[in-house]
Design a protein around this ligand. Structure first.
Ligand SMILES: CC(C)(COP(=O)(O)OP(=O)(O)OC[C@H]1O[C@@H](n2cnc3c(N)ncnc32)[C@H](O)[C@@H]1OP(=O)(O)O)[C@@H](O)C(=O)NCCC(=O)NCCS
Length: 404
């Protein structure tokens, strides 16, 4: 058996690692033009490679970020990305070796959480990641989807070029979006990559909403796809990749703007929060067609005591939860969850969860009752299911909606 040599890569090796990752996703290497913005996000010591012999066989990266958790705390979180193994070196433990080194590194950096978006659902559960938030994709026929008279009216919307958007969108996001559970930090490097790189010819459009006082409080990003340049019988689709409003009026203002755009006949909006009241803003709720519900953020509690202590709990009797963490065994043990906080304890467990299910429960996206019904939570005390749900309940649905 070949030995795995997992180590942080030198800067001179980043390009090869990125090309390997892109190839694993069946994509071409980054262009010369895009590479400076992409590599600027890398941080020394956080780009990993696994060498089999002298060959780079796989890579993974983590970017320093943060995550808003229930109760309002913002915790340091490693944003794991760039995960790929050479197609001719898969299924021989390369990913497993890299995940182990990466998670140990994240813990040593004092980041209690790691998070990612998964290409496939079968990959990351074994490493302790669970689906912590979900999004939906919706489509609307712009001629039939009419906003109801009761929908908030919204304010002024103006178009921006990407260079100007790069200057003002980060501040708007920080002010209106970053506090919701599931929201992550969008770093300057993230914005550079999002707004200033992309396949040639892709034209990203940006609109900003401002309220009655002229304060910018929302934005939308989209690309347009047209299959008939005469605008005759074809389809002109606005592919909305990001739409954020500080309140309902701002969000509806942006939706109204998009629905009224000349020549467009379909809006396809991805990564929308599950609780967006689009059906209720429309005169005919069926015109909001849900095309799919997808896993959004996968979350891994790297330092379980710290992460559990950092989030808020609802009013209920304490519950003792046993955590089983085969991949990071020092997390294993019993934790007492109570309105005043969470701490390790030696009490008899009422519920037992594996690390991936703890990640799924942490932001409040799924209930203990649901996971118990799926045998993903082991129940030793039936009454603890409902009590734990009251402790873990959150007022809103978590939403990340930020790719990385
Ligand atoms: C997914 C990927 C990184 C896995 O790498 P790998 O080195 O083959 O993984 P390992 O050999 O460490 O596999 C560990 C375990 O996970 C399982 N596994 C790996 N990839 C899997 C997948 N895509 N679906 C289901 N199970 C998978 C393996 O069968 C193995 O199971 P076992 O421990 O029961 O034997 C690799 O296949 C790849 O690069 N895929 C394409 C790019 C991609 O999807 N990257 C992830 C982006 S989020």
């Amino acid at each position: 058996m070949t030995d795995h040599d997992v180590r942080p890569l030198a800067e001179t090796e980043y390009r090869d690692a990125h090309t390997l990752f892109m190839a694993a996703l069946h994509r071409p290497p980054a262009t010369e033009g895009d590479w400076p913005a992409l590599v600027a996000r890398y941080e020394t010591g956080r780009v990993w490679g696994d060498f089999l012999g002298d060959e780079l066989a796989g890579t993974t990266t983590s970017l320093p970020s943060s995550l808003s958790v229930p109760g309002g705390a913002v915790l340091p979180a490693a944003a794991v990305t760039g995960v790929g193994v050479r197609a001719d070196r898969t299924r021989r433990g390369v990913l497993t070796s890299m995940m182990r080194s990466q998670l140990e590194d994240v813990r040593e950096r004092g980041e209690p959480l790691a998070m990612l978006h998964a290409s496939e659902t079968g990959i990351y559960g074994r490493f302790g990641y669970g689906v912590a938030s979900r999004t939906r994709t919706v489509s609307l026929d712009t001629h039939r989807a009419i906003l109801a008279p009761t929908a908030p009216s919204g304010g002024d919307v103006r178009l921006l070029g990407v260079a100007e958007a790069r200057k003002i969108l980060p501040e708007i996001y920080e002010r209106i979006g970053a506090a919701r559970p599931g929201a992550i930090a969008r770093t300057p490097g993230w914005w550079d990559t999002r707004l200033l790189t992309g396949a040639e010819g892709e034209q990203l459009r940006v609109a900003v909403h401002s309220d009655a006082d002229g304060i910018d409080d929302g934005f939308a990003l989209w690309n347009t796809r047209i299959n008939d340049h005469r605008f005759d019988n074809g389809v002109c689709t606005l592919q909305v990749s990001d739409l954020r409003g500080g309140d309902a009026a701002a969000a509806v203002g942006l939706w109204r703007f998009l629905l009224n755009l000349d020549l467009a006949n379909v809006i396809l909006a991805a990564d929308r929060p599950l609780d967006e009241p689009l059906e209720w803003w429309l005169a005919d709720s069926r015109q909001c067609r849900v095309r799919g519900v997808h896993d959004d953020l996968w979350l891994r509690l790297v330092d379980v005591p710290t992460a559990l202590a950092a989030r808020a709990y609802g009013a209920a009797e304490p519950v003792v939860v046993e955590v089983r963490d085969a991949f990071l065994p020092s997390n294993s043990g019993c934790y007492r969850l109570a309105p005043e906080g969470a701490r390790r304890c030696e009490d008899r467990p009422q519920l037992t969860v594996d690390a991936d299910m703890l990640g799924a429960l942490y932001l409040g996206d799924v209930s203990v009752a649901t996971l118990a019904a799926a045998n993903r939570v082991t129940v030793h005390d039936d009454a603890a299911v409902e009590t734990a749900d009251r402790l873990l309940a959150t007022s809103g649905v978590p939403w990340c909606g930020t790719g990385f």
